[in-house]
Design a protein around this ligand. Structure first.
Ligand code: FAS
Ligand code: PHB
Length: 389
């Protein structure tokens, strides 16, 4: 088999890149180790920056998002028993779109099928080869049979645990990492959200987040210890803990009900540099991870795709490699600013084991200053809505 761009991974990165390439007449094949249903079964991000929504429109996959997504002009910060609204639109002129990653993935998969894009599901043991030479290719197994996909370029869109970053270990790859001494226990429940906007809560018992997927489906999180087991968390225990971390009037207003999904995710800050190795490019979670506090993960995948797609289109149409040569530096400049914001927001909103009462007061003082300062609120808002691509 041969294609122009081999894409490993059918998550948001791979699908968005694949669609933009297809629409530009650049042949591409996606190799995905899982089944379509397994990929769609993952519950992940919930907040899209305008840059991301614009790219979904460009890829012809934005219609359902505009019909069913929830545009949000702001969000609430609660601390010391008080509510403070960060008015994103007033502070930045921008808003965010609340629309689950599962739906983004579904829309992109449907668009790919409509436009004849090729995705090979259950492609096992995908491995990039000869990307520092001129004839890159990817090997994989399909139905147990060894296959080879020759290409001009390989896009490693295979997430944090995928083979692309592993293939460049020891080839000049440098990694930067910060792990956090806690995780997020999240649930999805078919109950109306407690508020029409998101609520980020700093509380001495720990962080909590009230989010949603629609006006009838809520997404809630509480910070939990790393050694927590989901089995130890009945729905009742989750609802009690969540409400204990919110102002009284919010807790009383909350509609509870049976969870339809419950899981614990670890938090990590991670960056791999550079993001390009010859004809192999690392994209999205394959290159970087942020703690979900700032809702940046999926949105960083979109900006990586922007830079890489523009470079590949320039290579094929203008016979110029300036764009792909600049990919890593351009992507990392935005990645590191999002890493900083996500790290800052995580440090400000979560309870750290060694923080003590002084640490709690310092966080409350930071939030009190932030919510009382136009300059500080604007800084938070412009990072949250997304810095320019
Ligand atoms: P993905 O991990 O989504 O996709 C990678 C794809 O590659 C997967 O389909 C995988 O099956 C495939 N793959 C892996 N190995 C392969 C191989 N060997 N061969 C072929 N295919 C292979 N972000 C937010 O903004 N907000 C959140 O609340 C949030 N919550 C998250 C919760 C969890 C548990 C996780 C893990 C991430 C969360 N994220 C969140 C971040 C998440 O949304 C990512 O940023 C986003 O999925 C990035 O998309 P991709 O780069 O496409 O990587
Ligand atoms: C979500 O809805 O899953 C979500 C929203 C905002 C975040 C993290 C997760 O910061």
């Amino acid at each position: 088999m041969r294609t122009q761009v081999a894409i490993i991974g059918s998550g948001p990165s791979g699908l968005l890149l694949g669609q933009l390439l297809t629409d530009a007449g650049i042949d591409n094949v996606i190799l995905e180790r899982a089944t379509r249903d397994y990929v769609l079964g993952r519950i992940r991000a919930g907040v899209l920056e305008e840059g991301t929504t614009h790219m979904l429109d460009e890829a012809g996959a934005g219609a359902r998002m505009h019909a069913q997504g929830l545009p949000h002009d702001g969000f609430d910060l609660t601390f010391a028993g008080k509510h403070h609204r960060i008015d994103l639109h007033a502070l930045t002129g921008k808003r965010v779109m609340v629309y689950g990653q599962t739906e983004v993935t579904r829309d992109l998969m449907d668009r790919r099928a409509e436009t004849g894009g090729v995705t090979i599901y259950e492609a096992a043991d995908a491995e990039p080869h000869d990307f520092d030479g001129g004839k890159p290719y990817v090997t994989f197994k399909s139905n147990g049979v060894e296959q080879r996909l020759d290409c001009d370029f390989i896009a490693g869109c295979d997430g944090y645990h995928g083979p692309s970053r592993k293939a460049v270990e020891g080839k000049g790859l440098e990694t930067f990492e910060r792990t956090y001494p806690f995780g997020w226990l999240g649930i999805v429940a078919d109950v109306p959200p407690v508020s029409h906007e998101l609520i980020y809560s700093n509380h001495p018992r720990g962080f909590a987040l009230c989010s949603m997927r629609s006006n009838t489906r809520s997404r809630y999180y509480v910070q939990c210890a790393l050694d927590e087991k989901v089995e130890a968390w009945s729905d009742d225990r989750f609802w009690d803990e969540l409400r204990s971390r919110l102002p009284a009037e919010t807790a009383q207003a909350m509609t509870t009900g049976p969870s339809i999904e419950k899981s614990i995710a670890p938090l990590r800050s991670f960056v791999a540099e550079p993001m390009r190795f010859g004809r192999l490019f690392l994209v999205g979670d394959a290159a970087h991870i942020v703690p979900p506090t700032g809702a940046k993960g999926l949105n960083l995948a979109a900006s990586d795709v922007r830079y890489l797609f523009d470079g590949l289109r320039e290579h094929y149409s203008d016979r110029s490699d300036a764009g792909i040569d600049a990919y890593s530096q351009r992507a990392l400049a935005r990645v590191w600013k999002a890493e900083r914001f996500s790290w800052w927001m995580t440090n400000t909103m979560h309870r750290f084991p060694d923080a003590g009462s002084f640490g709690q007061r310092i966080q409350e003082a930071e939030l009190d200053y932030l919510t009382g300062s136009q300059a500080a609120s604007t800084s938070m808002a412009e990072n949250y809505v997304g810095l320019p691509f």
